[in-house]
Ligand binder design. Structure first.
Ligand SMILES: NC(=O)c1ccc[n+]([C@@H]2O[C@H](COP(=O)([O-])OP(=O)(O)OC[C@H]3O[C@@H](n4cnc5c(N)ncnc54)[C@H](O)[C@@H]3O)[C@@H](O)[C@H]2O)c1
Length: 395
Protein backbone atom coordinates (compact mmCIF):
# COMPACT_ATOMS: atom_id res chain seq x y z
CA UNK A 1 0.00 0.00 0.00
CA UNK A 2 1.30 3.39 -0.82
CA UNK A 3 1.90 5.91 1.95
CA UNK A 4 -0.29 8.48 0.20
CA UNK A 5 -3.21 6.09 -0.03
CA UNK A 6 -5.30 8.18 2.32
CA UNK A 7 -3.99 11.52 1.20
CA UNK A 8 -7.37 12.65 -0.06
CA UNK A 9 -8.84 11.93 3.35
CA UNK A 10 -6.12 13.78 5.19
CA UNK A 11 -6.71 16.78 2.98
CA UNK A 12 -10.47 16.72 3.35
CA UNK A 13 -12.48 18.23 6.21
CA UNK A 14 -12.64 14.70 7.63
CA UNK A 15 -8.93 14.56 8.32
CA UNK A 16 -7.17 15.63 11.52
CA UNK A 17 -8.46 19.11 12.06
CA UNK A 18 -7.76 21.82 14.58
CA UNK A 19 -10.53 23.90 16.08
CA UNK A 20 -10.30 27.55 17.10
CA UNK A 21 -8.67 26.73 20.45
CA UNK A 22 -5.83 24.77 18.90
CA UNK A 23 -7.34 21.43 19.86
CA UNK A 24 -7.74 18.53 17.47
CA UNK A 25 -11.25 17.32 16.64
CA UNK A 26 -9.82 14.13 15.19
CA UNK A 27 -6.50 12.36 14.83
CA UNK A 28 -6.25 10.05 11.83
CA UNK A 29 -3.23 7.82 11.25
CA UNK A 30 -2.56 5.49 8.35
CA UNK A 31 -0.83 2.42 9.82
CA UNK A 32 -1.45 0.19 6.82
CA UNK A 33 2.19 0.30 5.76
CA UNK A 34 3.54 -1.04 9.08
CA UNK A 35 5.02 -4.41 8.16
CA UNK A 36 7.24 -5.21 11.14
CA UNK A 37 6.83 -4.98 14.91
CA UNK A 38 9.81 -2.61 15.11
CA UNK A 39 7.84 -0.11 13.03
CA UNK A 40 4.89 -0.07 15.44
CA UNK A 41 6.79 2.74 17.14
CA UNK A 42 5.28 4.99 14.47
CA UNK A 43 2.00 4.80 16.40
CA UNK A 44 3.68 6.12 19.51
CA UNK A 45 5.56 8.78 17.59
CA UNK A 46 2.42 10.13 15.94
CA UNK A 47 -0.04 9.99 18.81
CA UNK A 48 2.07 10.60 21.92
CA UNK A 49 2.70 14.32 21.33
CA UNK A 50 -0.91 14.92 20.25
CA UNK A 51 -2.97 13.06 22.86
CA UNK A 52 -3.34 16.02 25.22
CA UNK A 53 -4.52 18.17 22.32
CA UNK A 54 -7.51 15.98 21.46
CA UNK A 55 -10.62 17.94 22.32
CA UNK A 56 -13.65 16.53 24.20
CA UNK A 57 -15.75 14.14 22.12
CA UNK A 58 -12.76 13.88 19.81
CA UNK A 59 -12.09 11.03 17.41
CA UNK A 60 -9.05 8.80 16.97
CA UNK A 61 -9.00 6.74 13.81
CA UNK A 62 -6.31 4.29 12.78
CA UNK A 63 -6.36 2.88 9.26
CA UNK A 64 -4.80 -0.54 8.80
CA UNK A 65 -4.70 -3.51 6.49
CA UNK A 66 -6.13 -7.01 6.90
CA UNK A 67 -3.60 -9.15 8.83
CA UNK A 68 -4.44 -12.38 6.99
CA UNK A 69 -3.71 -10.67 3.69
CA UNK A 70 -0.43 -9.11 4.87
CA UNK A 71 2.77 -10.12 3.12
CA UNK A 72 4.15 -12.67 5.59
CA UNK A 73 4.11 -13.42 9.33
CA UNK A 74 5.93 -10.27 10.41
CA UNK A 75 3.60 -7.93 8.59
CA UNK A 76 0.56 -9.91 9.80
CA UNK A 77 1.84 -9.75 13.38
CA UNK A 78 2.39 -6.00 13.22
CA UNK A 79 -1.02 -5.36 11.66
CA UNK A 80 -2.73 -7.46 14.33
CA UNK A 81 -0.83 -5.62 17.09
CA UNK A 82 -2.45 -2.32 16.11
CA UNK A 83 -5.74 -3.56 17.56
CA UNK A 84 -4.37 -3.61 21.10
CA UNK A 85 -3.16 -0.05 20.65
CA UNK A 86 -6.51 1.27 19.44
CA UNK A 87 -8.53 -0.50 22.12
CA UNK A 88 -6.25 0.85 24.84
CA UNK A 89 -6.33 4.41 23.52
CA UNK A 90 -10.13 4.15 23.50
CA UNK A 91 -10.05 3.24 27.18
CA UNK A 92 -7.82 6.20 27.95
CA UNK A 93 -9.89 8.87 26.19
CA UNK A 94 -13.42 7.55 26.83
CA UNK A 95 -14.04 9.64 29.94
CA UNK A 96 -13.84 12.73 27.75
CA UNK A 97 -16.52 11.34 25.44
CA UNK A 98 -13.82 10.63 22.86
CA UNK A 99 -13.61 7.40 20.89
CA UNK A 100 -10.94 5.42 19.03
CA UNK A 101 -11.58 3.00 16.17
CA UNK A 102 -9.63 0.83 13.77
CA UNK A 103 -10.62 0.54 10.12
CA UNK A 104 -9.12 -2.44 8.33
CA UNK A 105 -9.32 -1.99 4.59
CA UNK A 106 -8.60 -4.79 2.14
CA UNK A 107 -6.54 -4.10 -0.99
CA UNK A 108 -8.97 -2.53 -3.42
CA UNK A 109 -11.28 -1.15 -0.72
CA UNK A 110 -10.00 2.42 -1.03
CA UNK A 111 -13.00 3.63 -3.01
CA UNK A 112 -15.48 2.14 -0.55
CA UNK A 113 -14.29 3.85 2.62
CA UNK A 114 -15.95 7.24 2.66
CA UNK A 115 -19.24 6.35 4.35
CA UNK A 116 -17.37 4.54 7.14
CA UNK A 117 -14.90 7.37 7.72
CA UNK A 118 -17.69 9.93 7.74
CA UNK A 119 -19.62 7.89 10.30
CA UNK A 120 -16.73 7.12 12.63
CA UNK A 121 -15.48 10.71 12.57
CA UNK A 122 -18.91 12.21 13.23
CA UNK A 123 -21.08 12.58 16.34
CA UNK A 124 -23.31 9.86 14.87
CA UNK A 125 -20.91 7.20 16.16
CA UNK A 126 -20.99 8.60 19.73
CA UNK A 127 -21.54 5.21 21.46
CA UNK A 128 -19.39 3.11 19.08
CA UNK A 129 -15.98 2.75 20.68
CA UNK A 130 -12.89 0.57 20.41
CA UNK A 131 -14.19 -1.19 17.31
CA UNK A 132 -12.35 -2.77 14.40
CA UNK A 133 -14.36 -2.42 11.18
CA UNK A 134 -13.39 -4.37 8.08
CA UNK A 135 -13.96 -3.04 4.58
CA UNK A 136 -13.90 -5.39 1.62
CA UNK A 137 -12.76 -4.60 -1.88
CA UNK A 138 -15.69 -3.72 -4.13
CA UNK A 139 -15.87 -2.72 -7.76
CA UNK A 140 -16.34 1.00 -8.39
CA UNK A 141 -19.71 0.23 -9.99
CA UNK A 142 -20.90 -1.11 -6.61
CA UNK A 143 -20.04 2.03 -4.65
CA UNK A 144 -22.93 4.46 -4.72
CA UNK A 145 -21.93 7.98 -3.77
CA UNK A 146 -25.03 9.74 -2.40
CA UNK A 147 -25.99 13.10 -3.87
CA UNK A 148 -26.64 14.32 -0.34
CA UNK A 149 -24.60 12.75 2.48
CA UNK A 150 -27.29 13.78 4.99
CA UNK A 151 -29.89 11.77 3.07
CA UNK A 152 -28.02 8.76 1.68
CA UNK A 153 -31.17 6.61 1.92
CA UNK A 154 -33.27 8.80 -0.38
CA UNK A 155 -35.32 6.58 -2.68
CA UNK A 156 -34.61 3.45 -0.61
CA UNK A 157 -37.28 1.22 0.90
CA UNK A 158 -36.51 0.00 4.42
CA UNK A 159 -38.35 -2.37 6.76
CA UNK A 160 -37.80 -2.54 10.52
CA UNK A 161 -39.16 -5.20 12.88
CA UNK A 162 -40.04 -4.26 16.46
CA UNK A 163 -40.57 -0.67 15.32
CA UNK A 164 -43.32 0.29 17.78
CA UNK A 165 -40.96 1.40 20.54
CA UNK A 166 -37.42 1.48 21.89
CA UNK A 167 -34.52 0.92 19.55
CA UNK A 168 -36.79 -0.09 16.63
CA UNK A 169 -38.69 3.19 16.86
CA UNK A 170 -35.38 5.09 16.75
CA UNK A 171 -34.24 3.03 13.76
CA UNK A 172 -37.45 3.88 11.87
CA UNK A 173 -37.03 7.59 12.70
CA UNK A 174 -33.36 7.66 11.73
CA UNK A 175 -33.75 5.76 8.45
CA UNK A 176 -36.70 8.00 7.50
CA UNK A 177 -34.70 11.08 8.51
CA UNK A 178 -32.00 9.97 6.07
CA UNK A 179 -34.52 9.69 3.26
CA UNK A 180 -35.87 6.12 3.37
CA UNK A 181 -39.49 5.11 3.02
CA UNK A 182 -39.97 2.92 6.09
CA UNK A 183 -42.24 -0.09 6.62
CA UNK A 184 -42.71 -0.42 10.39
CA UNK A 185 -43.46 -3.95 11.66
CA UNK A 186 -44.53 -5.06 15.13
CA UNK A 187 -46.92 -7.44 16.90
CA UNK A 188 -50.67 -6.76 16.50
CA UNK A 189 -50.87 -5.91 20.24
CA UNK A 190 -48.55 -2.93 19.62
CA UNK A 191 -50.95 -1.65 16.95
CA UNK A 192 -51.59 1.89 18.17
CA UNK A 193 -47.95 2.66 18.99
CA UNK A 194 -46.92 1.12 15.68
CA UNK A 195 -49.30 3.30 13.62
CA UNK A 196 -48.20 6.35 15.55
CA UNK A 197 -44.53 5.68 14.72
CA UNK A 198 -45.31 4.91 11.08
CA UNK A 199 -47.33 8.15 10.72
CA UNK A 200 -44.67 10.21 12.40
CA UNK A 201 -41.93 8.97 10.07
CA UNK A 202 -44.14 9.23 6.99
CA UNK A 203 -43.99 5.47 6.47
CA UNK A 204 -46.40 2.54 6.55
CA UNK A 205 -47.09 -0.16 9.12
CA UNK A 206 -47.68 -3.90 9.15
CA UNK A 207 -49.01 -5.66 12.26
CA UNK A 208 -47.25 -9.01 12.22
CA UNK A 209 -45.97 -11.47 14.79
CA UNK A 210 -42.70 -12.53 13.15
CA UNK A 211 -42.86 -15.96 14.86
CA UNK A 212 -46.15 -16.80 13.15
CA UNK A 213 -45.65 -19.70 10.72
CA UNK A 214 -47.23 -17.63 7.92
CA UNK A 215 -45.28 -14.46 8.73
CA UNK A 216 -42.52 -14.85 6.10
CA UNK A 217 -45.06 -15.38 3.31
CA UNK A 218 -47.33 -12.56 4.53
CA UNK A 219 -44.39 -10.22 4.78
CA UNK A 220 -43.01 -11.16 1.36
CA UNK A 221 -46.46 -10.72 -0.20
CA UNK A 222 -46.95 -7.35 1.49
CA UNK A 223 -43.57 -6.09 0.28
CA UNK A 224 -44.14 -7.42 -3.24
CA UNK A 225 -47.55 -5.77 -3.58
CA UNK A 226 -46.85 -2.44 -1.88
CA UNK A 227 -43.23 -1.78 -2.80
CA UNK A 228 -42.04 -4.42 -5.26
CA UNK A 229 -38.79 -4.82 -3.32
CA UNK A 230 -37.03 -3.93 -0.08
CA UNK A 231 -33.57 -2.34 -0.05
CA UNK A 232 -32.90 -2.44 3.68
CA UNK A 233 -34.26 -5.02 6.12
CA UNK A 234 -33.54 -4.51 9.82
CA UNK A 235 -34.13 -7.46 12.15
CA UNK A 236 -34.56 -5.56 15.40
CA UNK A 237 -37.46 -7.28 17.20
CA UNK A 238 -36.15 -9.14 20.23
CA UNK A 239 -37.21 -10.32 23.66
CA UNK A 240 -35.60 -11.45 26.91
CA UNK A 241 -36.86 -14.13 29.32
CA UNK A 242 -34.03 -14.13 31.84
CA UNK A 243 -33.50 -16.97 34.33
CA UNK A 244 -30.48 -19.09 35.22
CA UNK A 245 -30.51 -22.28 33.21
CA UNK A 246 -31.55 -24.48 36.16
CA UNK A 247 -34.68 -22.33 36.68
CA UNK A 248 -35.54 -21.66 33.07
CA UNK A 249 -38.89 -22.95 31.75
CA UNK A 250 -38.77 -24.55 28.28
CA UNK A 251 -41.22 -21.88 27.01
CA UNK A 252 -38.69 -19.18 27.93
CA UNK A 253 -36.04 -20.93 25.86
CA UNK A 254 -38.34 -21.49 22.89
CA UNK A 255 -39.80 -17.97 22.79
CA UNK A 256 -36.43 -16.21 22.90
CA UNK A 257 -34.81 -18.45 20.28
CA UNK A 258 -37.82 -18.12 17.99
CA UNK A 259 -38.21 -14.32 18.11
CA UNK A 260 -34.51 -13.46 18.20
CA UNK A 261 -33.08 -15.97 15.75
CA UNK A 262 -35.24 -18.59 13.99
CA UNK A 263 -37.82 -16.10 12.72
CA UNK A 264 -35.01 -13.99 11.24
CA UNK A 265 -33.72 -17.02 9.35
CA UNK A 266 -37.18 -17.78 7.96
CA UNK A 267 -37.73 -14.17 6.90
CA UNK A 268 -34.28 -14.01 5.26
CA UNK A 269 -35.12 -17.15 3.29
CA UNK A 270 -38.38 -15.58 2.08
CA UNK A 271 -36.75 -12.25 1.15
CA UNK A 272 -33.70 -13.72 -0.55
CA UNK A 273 -35.47 -16.71 -2.07
CA UNK A 274 -38.25 -14.45 -3.37
CA UNK A 275 -35.77 -12.05 -4.97
CA UNK A 276 -37.13 -9.18 -2.89
CA UNK A 277 -33.77 -8.03 -1.57
CA UNK A 278 -31.41 -7.85 -4.50
CA UNK A 279 -28.28 -6.01 -5.62
CA UNK A 280 -27.50 -3.13 -3.30
CA UNK A 281 -29.63 -4.76 -0.58
CA UNK A 282 -28.77 -4.39 3.08
CA UNK A 283 -29.62 -6.89 5.82
CA UNK A 284 -28.88 -5.65 9.32
CA UNK A 285 -29.51 -7.70 12.47
CA UNK A 286 -29.51 -6.58 16.05
CA UNK A 287 -27.35 -8.86 18.19
CA UNK A 288 -26.08 -7.99 21.68
CA UNK A 289 -22.85 -7.91 23.67
CA UNK A 290 -24.43 -10.81 25.60
CA UNK A 291 -24.09 -12.81 22.40
CA UNK A 292 -20.35 -12.10 22.39
CA UNK A 293 -19.51 -12.52 26.06
CA UNK A 294 -22.39 -14.57 27.47
CA UNK A 295 -24.33 -13.31 30.45
CA UNK A 296 -25.54 -14.93 33.68
CA UNK A 297 -29.26 -15.64 33.45
CA UNK A 298 -29.29 -15.20 29.69
CA UNK A 299 -28.29 -18.60 28.30
CA UNK A 300 -31.32 -18.46 25.96
CA UNK A 301 -30.81 -14.83 24.92
CA UNK A 302 -27.02 -15.14 24.47
CA UNK A 303 -27.51 -18.28 22.37
CA UNK A 304 -29.93 -16.43 20.11
CA UNK A 305 -27.70 -13.36 19.81
CA UNK A 306 -24.54 -15.41 19.15
CA UNK A 307 -26.60 -17.20 16.51
CA UNK A 308 -27.28 -13.86 14.86
CA UNK A 309 -23.53 -13.29 14.65
CA UNK A 310 -23.13 -16.74 13.10
CA UNK A 311 -25.89 -15.97 10.62
CA UNK A 312 -24.14 -12.80 9.50
CA UNK A 313 -20.86 -14.64 8.98
CA UNK A 314 -22.58 -17.48 7.11
CA UNK A 315 -24.59 -15.21 4.79
CA UNK A 316 -21.87 -12.66 4.04
CA UNK A 317 -20.19 -14.44 1.08
CA UNK A 318 -23.50 -15.06 -0.69
CA UNK A 319 -24.59 -11.47 -0.05
CA UNK A 320 -21.34 -10.20 -1.54
CA UNK A 321 -22.04 -12.25 -4.68
CA UNK A 322 -25.42 -10.52 -4.96
CA UNK A 323 -23.79 -7.12 -4.62
CA UNK A 324 -25.53 -6.85 -1.24
CA UNK A 325 -24.36 -6.90 2.39
CA UNK A 326 -25.28 -8.36 5.77
CA UNK A 327 -24.01 -7.00 9.08
CA UNK A 328 -24.99 -6.92 12.73
CA UNK A 329 -24.84 -4.39 15.50
CA UNK A 330 -24.27 -5.60 19.05
CA UNK A 331 -25.65 -3.03 21.50
CA UNK A 332 -24.43 -2.88 25.07
CA UNK A 333 -26.40 -1.01 27.69
CA UNK A 334 -29.02 1.10 25.90
CA UNK A 335 -31.65 3.13 27.79
CA UNK A 336 -34.96 1.47 26.77
CA UNK A 337 -37.98 -0.24 28.34
CA UNK A 338 -35.95 -3.48 28.17
CA UNK A 339 -33.17 -2.12 30.38
CA UNK A 340 -35.56 -0.05 32.56
CA UNK A 341 -36.96 -3.41 33.70
CA UNK A 342 -33.55 -4.48 35.09
CA UNK A 343 -32.82 -4.40 38.86
CA UNK A 344 -31.46 -0.96 39.89
CA UNK A 345 -27.95 -2.14 40.79
CA UNK A 346 -27.50 -4.07 37.56
CA UNK A 347 -28.83 -1.10 35.59
CA UNK A 348 -26.40 1.31 37.21
CA UNK A 349 -23.52 -1.15 36.73
CA UNK A 350 -24.51 -1.48 33.08
CA UNK A 351 -24.19 2.27 32.62
CA UNK A 352 -20.86 2.64 34.37
CA UNK A 353 -18.86 -0.32 33.16
CA UNK A 354 -17.88 1.09 29.81
CA UNK A 355 -15.12 3.38 28.60
CA UNK A 356 -17.62 6.19 28.03
CA UNK A 357 -19.05 5.65 31.57
CA UNK A 358 -22.69 6.02 30.52
CA UNK A 359 -25.47 4.13 28.83
CA UNK A 360 -26.25 4.57 25.17
CA UNK A 361 -29.42 5.94 23.58
CA UNK A 362 -31.58 4.12 21.03
CA UNK A 363 -30.51 6.68 18.44
CA UNK A 364 -26.89 5.55 18.84
CA UNK A 365 -27.85 2.06 17.65
CA UNK A 366 -30.06 3.56 14.95
CA UNK A 367 -27.30 5.75 13.53
CA UNK A 368 -24.96 2.76 13.35
CA UNK A 369 -27.59 0.80 11.46
CA UNK A 370 -28.16 3.74 9.10
CA UNK A 371 -24.44 3.74 8.26
CA UNK A 372 -24.52 -0.01 7.52
CA UNK A 373 -27.72 0.48 5.47
CA UNK A 374 -26.26 3.22 3.31
CA UNK A 375 -25.81 2.48 -0.41
CA UNK A 376 -22.30 3.92 0.07
CA UNK A 377 -21.42 1.17 2.60
CA UNK A 378 -21.14 -1.61 0.03
CA UNK A 379 -17.66 -2.57 1.31
CA UNK A 380 -18.91 -3.17 4.85
CA UNK A 381 -20.03 -6.81 4.84
CA UNK A 382 -19.97 -9.53 7.51
CA UNK A 383 -19.13 -7.11 10.32
CA UNK A 384 -20.46 -7.18 13.87
CA UNK A 385 -20.17 -3.67 15.24
CA UNK A 386 -20.63 -3.19 18.96
CA UNK A 387 -22.57 -0.13 20.04
CA UNK A 388 -21.62 -0.31 23.69
CA UNK A 389 -19.26 2.54 24.58
CA UNK A 390 -16.56 -0.15 24.80
CA UNK A 391 -18.39 -2.03 27.57
CA UNK A 392 -16.16 -4.17 29.75
CA UNK A 393 -18.50 -7.09 29.06
CA UNK A 394 -16.87 -9.18 26.40
CA UNK A 395 -14.17 -6.57 25.86
N1 LIG B 1 -31.98 -2.25 25.25
C1 LIG B 1 -30.75 -2.75 25.28
O1 LIG B 1 -29.93 -2.38 26.11
C2 LIG B 1 -30.35 -3.79 24.27
C3 LIG B 1 -29.05 -4.30 24.36
C4 LIG B 1 -28.65 -5.25 23.43
C5 LIG B 1 -29.50 -5.66 22.43
N2 LIG B 1 -30.77 -5.17 22.38
C6 LIG B 1 -31.63 -5.65 21.31
O2 LIG B 1 -32.21 -4.56 20.62
C7 LIG B 1 -33.45 -4.93 20.08
C8 LIG B 1 -34.51 -3.93 20.49
O3 LIG B 1 -34.53 -3.88 21.91
P1 LIG B 1 -35.37 -2.80 22.74
O4 LIG B 1 -34.58 -2.53 23.97
O5 LIG B 1 -35.79 -1.69 21.89
O6 LIG B 1 -36.62 -3.73 23.15
P2 LIG B 1 -38.16 -3.34 23.38
O7 LIG B 1 -38.70 -4.45 24.20
O8 LIG B 1 -38.30 -1.95 23.89
O9 LIG B 1 -38.75 -3.40 21.89
C9 LIG B 1 -38.80 -4.61 21.15
C10 LIG B 1 -39.93 -4.53 20.15
O10 LIG B 1 -39.98 -5.78 19.46
C11 LIG B 1 -41.32 -6.16 19.33
N3 LIG B 1 -41.49 -7.61 19.21
C12 LIG B 1 -41.28 -8.55 20.16
N4 LIG B 1 -41.63 -9.76 19.70
C13 LIG B 1 -42.08 -9.59 18.43
C14 LIG B 1 -42.61 -10.48 17.46
N5 LIG B 1 -42.76 -11.79 17.70
N6 LIG B 1 -42.98 -9.97 16.25
C15 LIG B 1 -42.85 -8.65 16.00
N7 LIG B 1 -42.35 -7.76 16.89
C16 LIG B 1 -41.97 -8.23 18.10
C17 LIG B 1 -41.97 -5.66 20.62
O11 LIG B 1 -43.39 -5.58 20.52
C18 LIG B 1 -41.29 -4.32 20.81
O12 LIG B 1 -41.98 -3.27 20.18
C19 LIG B 1 -33.72 -6.35 20.57
O13 LIG B 1 -33.33 -7.28 19.57
C20 LIG B 1 -32.82 -6.47 21.76
O14 LIG B 1 -32.47 -7.80 22.05
C21 LIG B 1 -31.21 -4.24 23.28
Amino acid sequence: MTPDRYQSIANSPLGASVDGRGEFAALVFDASGIDDSARLRALYDFFHPLMRSLRRSGRVLVLAGVPEAAGGPRAATAQRAIEGFVRSVAKEIGRNGSTAQLVRAAEGAEGAMESTLRFLLSARSAFVDGQAVRIEAVGSEDVAVPEDWDRPLAGRIAAVTGAARGIGEAIAETLAGQGAEVLCIDVPAAGEDLSEVANRVGGTSLALDITDARAPDRLAEHIRQRHGRVDVFVHNAGITRDKTLARMAPEAWDAVLDVNLSSQERIDDALLGGGLLGAGGRLVSVSSVSGIAGNRGQSNYATSKAGVIGMVAALAPAMRERGATVNAVAPGFIETAMTAAMPVAAREAGRRTSSLVQGGQPVDVAETIAWLASPASSGVNGNVVRVCGQALIGA
